[in-house]
Design a protein around this ligand. Structure first.
Ligand code: DIR
Ligand code: MN
Ligand code: MN
Ligand code: MN
Length: 303
């Protein structure tokens, strides 16, 4: 189930609103059908215009728009999760506040715990009070894990994410307030140093075993800047030293083999900054690996 979410108000740089179109132009529908999946493309969502909303932190920008997207996506993703696997085509990463709202409700109804694999250069753990950039693509994980200051502004989650059920990988740009939250929250954060030292496979395997042991649902949130800028230039917040082509495909293939992925965000693709669509095509190829494309059939799962 594809849901277009052309939100760009969570970032200062314009162009993420073209992300859903670029995923379609890069062939996401045909690619998934070739793998044998039934695909329904619900087109692009559009929230009704919301009146501007101020916050005591004057840096915060486009709060009303991001809250409106959170409410709209919460409903849409909850509905889609009842029918299949919601794949949300972003749009900037503020949309994860909405997809996690929807998946939290779905998981609560099923009585299963929700796990999140956050693939990003950034932990996106700012609160509305701590953000200095004011860009709300930097806050969704603080909201979803129940950090203070979102009550009465964002919709309440059916259940805040348990930090022990969140795993972040690829992290290499952390603001001071986020660093304190990482230390205090109990979220598993594998920065690039940890990945250099232990490798994606070993670290991811540990997390997937945890999801499996608790019969969890696994939401995967893939920010384009998880990838190295050399292979993925089409994003507004490139950070050197990201995941390589091979590492990213390995992560995706392991996710397919685990069979636990319930929902996916594809975020921060900025076609205006891309190089003849190559970032969009790479993202579609990664989704293909996550959804079952492989070089050879493997007799046993590798995770
Ligand atoms: C940065 C950027 N930490 C901020 N965050 C991004 O503006 O708060 N997340 N780009 O993916
Ligand atoms: Mn992000
Ligand atoms: Mn329901
Ligand atoms: Mn990022």
């Amino acid at each position: 189930m594809l849901l277009g979410a052309p939100v760009q108000e969570g970032t200062r740089r314009l162009g993420c609103d073209m992300g859903p179109s670029a995923f379609r132009a890069a062939g996401i529908v045909g690619t998934l059908r070739e793998l044998g999946h039934d695909v329904i493309d619900r087109g692009n969502l559009a929230p009704v215009a919301a009146p501007a909303r101020a916050h005591s932190n004057p840096a915060v920008r486009s709060l009303a728009e991001v809250v409106a997207w959170t409410e709209l996506l919460g409903e849409a993703v909850h509905g889609a999760a009842g029918e299949g696997m919601p794949i949300t085509l972003g749009g900037d990463h503020s949309l994860a506040a909405g997809t996690l709202t929807g998946m939290s409700r779905h998981a609560t109804e099923l009585g299963r715990p929700l796990f999140v694999l956050w693939l990003d250069a950034h932990p996106d753990l700012h609160t509305l009070d701590s953000t200095e950039s004011g860009n709300l693509h930097g806050v969704p994980m603080a909201y979803a894990t129940g950090q203070p200051g979102f009550e009465g502004i964002f919709p309440p989650l059916a259940a805040p994410l348990d930090p022990s059920r969140v795993c972040m990988m690829g992290i290499r740009s952390v603001d001071p307030a986020e660093r304190r939250t990482v230390a205090a929250s109990g979220i598993t954060v594998h920065d690039m140093r940890a990945i250099d030292e232990f490798g994606f496979a070993a670290l991811l395997r540990t997390f997937l075993h945890q999801v499996e042991a608790e019969s969890g649902l696994l939401h995967v949130s893939l920010d384009v800047d998880f990838l190295d800028p050399d292979i993925a230039p089409g994003v507004g917040t490139t950070v050197p030293g990201g995941a390589t082509f091979r590492e990213a495909h390995l992560v995706m293939e392991m996710l397919h083999e685990c069979g636990l992925v319930s929902s996916i965000d594809l975020v921060e693709l900025n076609p205006f900054l891309d190089d003849r669509g190559r970032t969009a095509r790479l993202m579609v190829d990664l989704v293909a690996s996550l959804m079952g494309r492989r070089v050879l059939d493997r007799p046993t799962r590798s995770y």
